[in-house]
Design a protein around this ligand. Structure first.
Ligand code: GDP
Length: 568
């Protein structure tokens, strides 16, 4: 659209959607953003998508399949704990060894013999990646809400995700073992978001669990199965497999490997497939315990070997009868991708150039400012803006009252800003995120210190004044030929001192013959670091042998001086 990524991020931010520059967006959000900037978004199909369209399943071919469940909720509400507990308690069920590898999904078997597949992908990547293309991997969402906390922004986000995808939600009210847990309050808050639990006359099933102690987890699984029954999940296992890539990586020994969730048909060793822009042939398949598998039926996650490149999470995975077809399709897709990439790259550079021209060569410091009161935020923003000069520009891109949150850090990352807190601190998650992403977070409680440090930082951004300092003047009085080393100049230090690390210039009749480094510096026979004025020494020049008696060697070093910011 020719719109700066930062503007898009800022726009989303205003809409309450926290995104970072390298995040995939869902189809609806893409449409929303396009609309906001006056564009109508048209989704292009992948090459050959039509030919790869699923064939209708004959009557009677459909059989029950396990539901695929994704766990969502606010950070620290217990998603990982729940998935960990399920993995330990149920996947192992009766089998020795347990899970040996993380593959992004696992299947749980209940005592009744029924199965549930859990997506185990952090950050719900696969879920959003699929939805970015209008598809979906999960049949049911388990929404985890901590009973000692409240319905939080990400809880609401998860509800919106699930609703938009039309995926039923089962509520897991977690941490009920905690004395301060208040499940009723959570139900109350959920009802405000139009999520009415069954016991309040609504349609949403809710279970009060403790992921830490495993309390009521069996009930949760039962409720998931009830929900699944209503969905009548079926698939035809008797055809070529289709599925979605959940995770993929390059393994040092095995090459590209990916976890594929089989959604329809049965995947077999030797099958030819297309996955996104790559193709391949199933060489081997493994489950989470690294057991070899020969076939994988619907709702089964499997690690597949045999890709010719690393696919992306969310890529569709389609088996075709002919290897020639899969190869041709992936080649064409790769070619299209290259063309698209090329167009994008050119676009970005042009954009950047016009931007630089617009702004001259000003450096820009972007700041996200959080403060304890409105008044101090305003005052600080004003003082910071005043630091703008011809060469440096200070931009407070976001200012607000309150603690430094994760969304502040995300915004900082997306826009290349630093975060300043005045009398406020980052919460734990924000701090962790900032550490992980190397975001500069600075905390102050004295206005003067804040302004002063920002000024210093700006001075640091100014290109320093570079000057040169001559450190030694040396006369060449004799030339020695040393086997294997080359020419060594027998010298006398007229002035200053010479250091092994100094740069040197060789002057002959005032002309510079050589400019470079020292390869050896010796006193008598010993290598030394430094020789003072009034002493003799041997100097070898780096890759240079044309030294003559009477030449002058000048030692020098480059001095960078920080420049001061002169404000108006
Ligand atoms: P996530 O960010 O949603 O994946 O949350 P985690 O699973 O990492 O849990 C966050 C914190 O809450 C951890 O310290 C867990 O030990 C704790 N926690 C999770 N579930 C429970 C629970 O049922 N009871 C108690 N007391 N603590 C829990």
């Amino acid at each position: 659209m020719g719109i700066d990524a930062n503007d898009i991020i800022k726009n989303c931010f205003k809409l309450g959607i926290m995104i970072s520059i390298n995040q995939r967006l869902e189809k609806d959000i893409i449409e929303l953003i396009g609309g906001d900037f006056g564009y109508t978004i048209e989704f292009m199909k992948e090459y050959e998508e039509d030919t790869l369209e699923d064939t209708p399943d004959p009557e009677g071919s459909l059989v029950d399949r396990a539901p695929v469940v994704t766990v969502m909720g606010h950070v620290d509400h217990g998603k990982t704990s729940l998935l960990d507990y399920l993995r330990k308690a149920n996947v192992v069920a009766g089998e020795a060894g347990g899970i040996t590898q993380h593959i992004g999904a696992y299947k749980v078997k209940l005592d009744s013999g029924k199965e549930i597949t859990f997506l185990d992908t952090p950050g719900h990547e696969a879920f959003t990646a699929m939805r970015a293309r209008g598809g979906q991997a999960a049949d049911i969402v388990v929404l985890v809400v901590a009973a000692d906390d409240s319905v939080m922004p990400q809880t609401v986000e998860a509800i919106n995700h699930a609703r938009a995808a039309n995926v039923p939600i089962v509520i897991a009210i977690n941490k009920v073992d905690k004395p301060e847990a208040n499940p009723e309050r959570i139900k109350q808050q959920l009802s405000e978001k139009d999520i009415l639990v069954e016991e309040w006359g609504g349609k949403y099933q809710a279970v009060e669990i403790s992921a830490k102690h495993g309390k009521n987890i069996d009930q949760l699984l039962e409720k998931i199965l009830v929900e699944a029954e209503l969905l009548e999940l079926k698939a035809n296992p008797d055809k070529e497999a289709r599925g979605v890539v959940l995770e993929a990586k390059l393994d040092k020994g095995k090459g590209p490997i990916a976890t594929v969730l089989v959604q329809k048909g049965t995947l077999k060793i030797g099958d030819s497939f297309v996955a996104g822009i790559y193709n391949g042939k199933v060489k081997a398949m493994f489950d989470v315990r690294e057991n070899k598998m020969d076939t994988a039926k619907p709702s089964t996650p499997v690690v597949v070997l045999g890709f010719d490149g690393v696919p992306q999470a969310g890529d569709t995975f389609v088996v075709l009868e002919s290897e020639r077809d899969t190869k041709a399709i992936s080649l064409k897709r790769q070619q299209l991708k290259r063309e698209q990439d090329f167009r994008q790259v050119r676009f970005v550079t042009l954009d950047d150039i016009s931007k630089q021209i617009h702004e001259g060569k000003q450096v820009e410091l972007k700041i996200i400012l959080k403060a304890d009161t409105d008044g101090s935020a305003e005052a600080l923003a004003d003082s910071l803006h005043k630091l703008t000069t011809n060469e440096t520009k200070v931009l407070v891109i976001h200012k607000a009252v309150g603690a430094i949150s994760e969304s502040d850090i995300l915004l900082a990352e997306a826009s290349g800003a630093i975060v300043i807190g005045f009398n406020v601190r980052p919460n734990l998650n924000a701090r962790k995120l900032a550490e992980k992403n190397n975001i500069d977070v600075r905390l102050y409680n004295i206005i003067y210190n804040l302004i002063d440090e920002v000024k210093n930082a700006l001075e640091g951004m100014l290109a320093p004044d570079i000057s040169e300092e001559v450190t030694a003047t040396i006369e060449v009085r004799q030339i020695f030929k040393v086997p294997k080393i080359g020419l060594i100049a027998g010298c006398y230090i007229l002035d200053g001192k010479i250091n092994r690390n100094n740069k040197v210039r060789l002057l002959r009749d005032g002309f510079v013959i050589f400019d470079g480094g020292i390869s050896s510096l010796k006193r008598i026979k010993d290598d030394v670091r430094e020789v003072e004025s009034g002493y003799e020494c041997g100097i070898g020049l780096e890759n240079f042998n044309d030294v003559k008696v009477g030449d002058i060697i000048e030692g020098y070093r480059i001095v960078e001086t920080k420049r001061k910011l002169i404000t108006l």
